[in-house]
Each structure stands twice: as C-alpha cells, then as structure tokens.
Design a protein around this ligand. Structure first.
Ligand SMILES: Nc1ncnc2c1ncn2[C@@H]1O[C@H](COP(=O)(O)OP(=O)(O)OP(=O)(O)O)[C@@H](O)[C@H]1O
Length: 255
C-alpha cells in the first residue's frame, strides 16, 4: 500500500439537499492512499451525490473534500489533475468515435499530442474498443460507454480513480479486464474508489468499504472490520435494515 501521508480522499461534513430532500447528510469519509475502496448502499442512499461532490462535479451545500490533501473546491484544477472520474451517466461528447473522444479530451487536459496518441491506441486496445473504430459513442452499447468512460478516466494517469458503478452493464469478459486493470493500478500505488451494488465483487476487490443509507455513512473502515464474521451481504442487510417488502403483496401474480 502507498505510504502517502495524506488520504487519497477525505470528505468532512458533506451535505446536499435537493429541495426538501436531504440526499447527503454530514458525510465524513476517509479513503486511505493505496486502498481499493468500495462505497455501497441501497438505491438512493446518496453514493452518486457524495462522489460527485467529492470530485468537484457537484457543489456541496456544506462540507469539504480533499484529494491527497488538495481542497477540491478551493484548488479545483490541482485536485482534478490528481483524479480520474467515471461519473454516473457518462457525460462526454457523443458524436465522436472513441479515438476522437480520447484525443479531444487528452489534448484538452494539456497532454502532449504524442502521449495522447500513444495512450489512446493502448486504451482502445486494452478495452477492446479498437474493433469499433468507426462507431460513434452515441451508437455504443451501455457496456461500451462504460469502457470508453473508464479509458477517459485513466488517460491522464491520475493517482486516484473514482468510478461510479464501473461494472454495471459490462459483460463478464470485459469485467474481468476492468478488474485486472484496477487491481494492477492499486498494486502500483494508485487508489481506487468504486460504488457498487454487487457485494461479492466489492468483497473480492476492495480492502476498505463505506456503507451509506439514507444519505449517511452507517459503517466504514477496513473490509474485515465492517464485515465482521458475516459475509458483506449479510453485514450490509444488517446495517441498512432487511426489507420485508417483496414477500408481501402482488397476490394477483400468484392467483
Ligand atoms: N439532481 C437531482 N435532483 C433531485 N434529486 C436528486 C438529484 N440527484 C439525486 N437526487 C436524489 O438524491 C438521493 C440520492 O441519490 P443518489 O443518486 O446519490 O443515490 P445512489 O446511492 O447513487 O443511488 P443508486 O444506487 O440508485 O444509484 C435520491 O433520493 C435521489 O432521488
């Protein structure tokens, strides 16, 4: 694990309300440098909103976020240089091919043209998007969009990756490739945060987890501490409350 003295990400008192609804309420998270961190929680728990505020995509109502000690909302340019982001929904120019997107965003980030060309070739190949050279991103499948989004996140060789649901809609072969890339990134000193609903995957990949429910962090720390003697899935259900709904109602379905 990296010996960097500052956490890869530290949020303090993050809060965001949409109208009357408090989506994220006083969230403190510490992601140690060199860790592979899984942020889990039920639908609507506030994971996407928290990550968006943590990386400078959504302004918090209160609180702060630091990436390797750099304040995201005061030194935004410096902080953003340290982080690669796969946002929810993948906002990127769509009427371009994958190669054009990477070239455009790489040059926009200030990378030398030669470096952009070299990394673009390699990323398209590793994510197996090179076969779709002439396909526009708007024509990509959901899984292909996820992969080009990941390639964009990696392009400037950040030290922290923040990935919202990176495995959603990705086929098993591509998922294995992504897992291998992320594990290699962490092994070489990088830090990764993923949000996911797939507990088995988080359990397999991550060494730290944070569990969110109703906009708050209900447990966080090393995987072994949060999980205890149970599986992460059991611990998760215990923490966020078992839902009895689903076994009741819909009588007409079985009539
Ligand atoms: N732009 C928005 N306007 C209004 N409400 C929003 C907005 N974004 C999120 N919310 C609400 O904030 C809450 C948290 O949403 P968020 O997307 O952060 O949860 P999540 O944990 O990422 O959920 P999921 O696992 O379903 O992706 C939800 O109640 C959601 O409806």
């Amino acid at each position: 694990m990296s010996t960097h003295p500052e956490p890869a990400l530290q949020t303090t008192g993050l809060r965001k309300a949409f109208g009357d609804h408090v989506a994220v309420d006083d969230v403190d998270l510490t992601v140690p440098a060199g860790s592979f961190y899984g942020l889990v929680g039920p639908n609507g728990a506030g994971k996407t909103t928290t990550l968006a505020m943590a990386v400078g995509l959504l302004r918090p109502d209160a609180g702060s976020a630091r990436i390797f000690g750099v304040d995201v909302w005061h030194d935004t340019v410096q902080a953003k240089a340290l982080v690669g982001v796969l946002p929810d929904g993948n906002a990127m120019p769509e009427r371009l091919t994958g190669r054009e997107v990477l070239t455009y965003l790489g040059l926009l980030r200030g990378l030398p043209a030669g470096v952009v060309a070299e990394r673009t070739d390699e990323l398209l190949q590793v994510f197996e998007l090179d076969a779709a050279e002439r396909t526009l991103v708007i024509e990509y499948s959901t899984g292909m969009r996820k992969k080009i989004g990941l390639a964009v996140a990696l392009l400037h060789a950040p030290r922290l990756l923040v990935l919202d649901e990176p495995f959603e809609a990705v086929d098993p072969v591509s998922a294995a490739t992504i897992r291998a890339i992320l594990s290699k990134f962490v092994d070489s000193g990088g830090s990764v945060i993923i949000s996911s609903h797939v507990m088995a995957l988080v359990e397999q990949l991550c060494d730290h987890v944070g569990v969110m429910s109703d906009g708050r962090v209900v447990a966080a720390g090393p995987l072994a501490d949060v999980r205890g003697t149970a599986t992460l899935e059991d611990a998760f259900v215990g923490l966020v409350g078992a839902q009895s709904r689903g076994t009741e109602g819909l009588a007409w379905l079985t009539a």
